[in-house]
Design a binder for this molecule. Sequence first.
Ligand code: EAX
Length: 328
Amino acid sequence: MKKALTTVLCMLLALVVAGAASGQSKETMKIASNTAPDHHYNIGAKKFADLITERTSGRIDFKIYPAGQLGKGEREVTEGLQQGSIDLQVTSTGPLGGFSPSILILDFPYLFRDYEHVDLVLDGPIGQKLLNDFEKVNIKALAFWENGFRHLTNSKQTVKTVDDAKGFKIRTMENKVHLAAWKSAGVNPTPMAFGEVFTALQQKVIDGQENPIAVTYTSKFWDAGQKYFSFTAHVYSPAVLLMNKKKFDGMSKEDQALFAKTALEAAKFQRKVNRDAEEASMKDMAAKGVTVTRDVDRESFKKAMLPAFDAFSGDFPKAEIEKIMNAK
Ligand code: EAX
């Protein structure tokens, strides 16, 4: 009996030593997001996690923390990632201007024509430069994932033109370009962490909010009184897979390459999940009593939001913005 026990202990010791020798002991990493578990951020995170775990034969696995479990707002979670208490995060780029100001160039209204235009720019040199800029603040931005085109919802009335929304109290992300755009459209914008939106809608602190279809759908905002949905598509909202830079730099070159490659694969998968699901989600929201306005006068919103460009022309010269707008 004693001999058998010694043998087992020796074997275990050998395994630990082997793992340590290869510098590749088993590790569990945390991935955080602020959206509902069935939202495509978390579906993408699971895909990324499964691929990495498979490709490292279980040496690296993940625990996914959706729905703001690790922080009420995306900015708060990014701070945790920067400090190292969180390893990875799927977040919209909306609140990231405070970390890497160059990313705000993507937040100008009506910058992108459609999803094809988005992929062209974000998967190209412009996108790569914006991702690289995060390294200055100890964040490794692995790839652009997707939030989606943002649309306005409200509790008061059908919104077809910008005038229909005048004076509405609207929640926006903590993003100075979005705030300027909505202000110049005659709306009363309030920046707020995502985790506070549902209650603020329910308590009528705000009249409305703006988000991509999947966020509005998986957050069930109709249960907070959001009975009107308008296809404003006023801005494209990128997402990004972030990693604590020290953690990334501490991995072997092979693992770094594996994470970078798998982040791109999962990006394509995650964007497709979002784009394929939008129509069905809209149908279901309409079936749940939401009044959907598709023929929105987007030109009225575009015209009203234009002053936002001038407000930031110092930071984002027209030429740089036009390079994105005119990319083909
Ligand atoms: O990233 O805060 C927002 O409205 C974002 O779209 C949401 O957190 C998903």
